[in-house]
Write a protein that binds this ligand. Structure first.
Ligand SMILES: *Cc1c(COP(=O)(O)O)cnc(C)c1O
Length: 373
């Protein structure tokens, strides 16, 4: 069986977790591994970054930081994971669904059409670790804050600048399906320095405990609303080993991705399909290798063919404007690219511990199918 994903396994995770337990004696949040991981992320991103329990929670914190209220609107691509919308819906705000382009990233012209007096946030999703034209998006948004759902995009850049650092805040995920992870985890990065203190209160139950830990105040107390979004140091220990090896992990993903690209580009094109790719201004992180078939029926047959050969090739997402929850917010407008990706896109196995032999098997079985189209 070749699975779609296996969580990155370096072999050093256990040692780091044992160190948290046995040497540090600190397994709650805000411990030595958490601080170290935040430092590593801040070095990569060049701005203040808080380790949190998931990208979903990072997005929830962003919605609280931007003070979204019932009746407010936010613009979000329809083709995304539910959390991108849900985090803001929890505050009573209404999603306005924009379409994406053929490669799954936000259609900036559509954002321009949808922007209105009630728009309080714009939430681009860096699908597959690529992005829309972030410069054009910022021009269209004007003063409306951008929150980047960069859950898939650690290590990617647009015009040389890290994704996640263009907006007021950016959310990253360390779920086991992402390039690096710790089971469940995430990070919130803040470009807008005025949000930092409040983000720390929100993360730590509405208290100024961080200031207490840092010796800035002599006791900590309730100062704001908040919840419990701190990542435990056990998870941070696991994550820190993968942050240490990020370059090596990325290099392996790149090698596998490029093997797929070299071997499958021609047969994919001959079959009338295409490969999901980023623009020339974007350097992606090889989060995902996906192809888009010409018609849905080809995708169904492809998935069945691969399953017969014990290879798992899942699809995603159900466009949010067509979902049971999303329909209630949507005006009925068709979003052709989101709808087409919902029915025609399929994802390939791609993970750090994948062997060359596994990659070759996937390629051979895919070619076999494509040549028969
Ligand atoms: C994975 C993912 C999320 C959710 O991340 P969690 O850390 O599991 O909360 C949100 N948005 C996108 C685009 C994702 O790919």
């Amino acid at each position: 069986m070749i699975p779609f994903n296996k969580p990155v396994h370096l072999g050093t995770e256990i040692k780091a977790m044992a160190e948290a337990i046995e040497r540090n004696g600190h397994v709650a949040g805000g411990g030595p591994f958490g601080k170290r991981s935040e430092g590593q992320l801040e070095k990569m991103l060049g701005q203040r970054t808080l380790l949190v329990t998931s990208a979903t929670h990072a997005l929830e914190m962003a919605a609280l930081l931007l003070d979204l209220q019932p009746g407010d609107e936010f613009i979000v691509p329809s083709f995304t994971f539910v959390s991108t919308a849900n985090a803001f819906c929890l505050r009573g705000a209404k999603p306005v669904f924009a379409d994406v382009d053929a490669h799954g990233n936000l259609d900036v012209d559509d954002v321009a059409r949808l922007l209105g007096p009630r728009t309080k946030a714009i939430v681009p999703v860096h699908y597959a670790g690529n992005s829309c034209d972030m410069q054009a998006l910022q021009q269209v948004c004007g003063k409306v804050p951008v929150v980047e759902d960069a859950a898939q995009a650690l290590g990617s850049t647009f015009d040389g600048r890290p994704l996640g650092t263009f907006g007021a805040c950016g959310a990253f995920s360390f779920h086991e399906t992402k390039n690096i992870g710790c089971g469940e985890g995430g990070a919130l990065t803040l470009r807008d320095a005025s949000l930092i203190d409040r983000a720390e209160y929100l993360r730590d139950k509405g208290t100024n405990r961080r200031k207490f830990q840092d010796g800035i105040v002599d006791k900590y107390t309730w100062v704001d609303v908040g919840s419990s979004y701190v990542l435990s140091d056990l998870n941070a220990a696991y994550l820190s080993t993968q942050l240490d090896e990020f370059t090596r992990i990325q290099a392996r993903r790149k090698a596998l991705y490029e093997r797929y690209l070299a071997e499958l580009s021609a047969p994919v094109e001959r079959a009338g399909a295409y490969i999901i790719q980023g623009s020339a201004r974007c350097v992606g992180n090889h989060h995902l290798f996906a192809i888009v078939f010409n018609v849905p029926e080809q995708r169904s047959r492809f998935i069945a063919h691969m399953r017969e050969h014990k290879i798992v090739t899942p699809f995603h997402y159900i466009a949010l404007h067509q979902s049971p929850m999303g329909k209630g917010f949507h005006d009925g407008r068709s979003l052709p690219h989101s709808e087409r990706l919902t029915t025609n896109l399929v994802r390939f196995p791609l993970f750090f511990n994948m062997t060359d032999a596994e990659c070759d098997t996937v390629i051979a079985r895919t070619r076999e199918f494509l040549d028969g189209i």
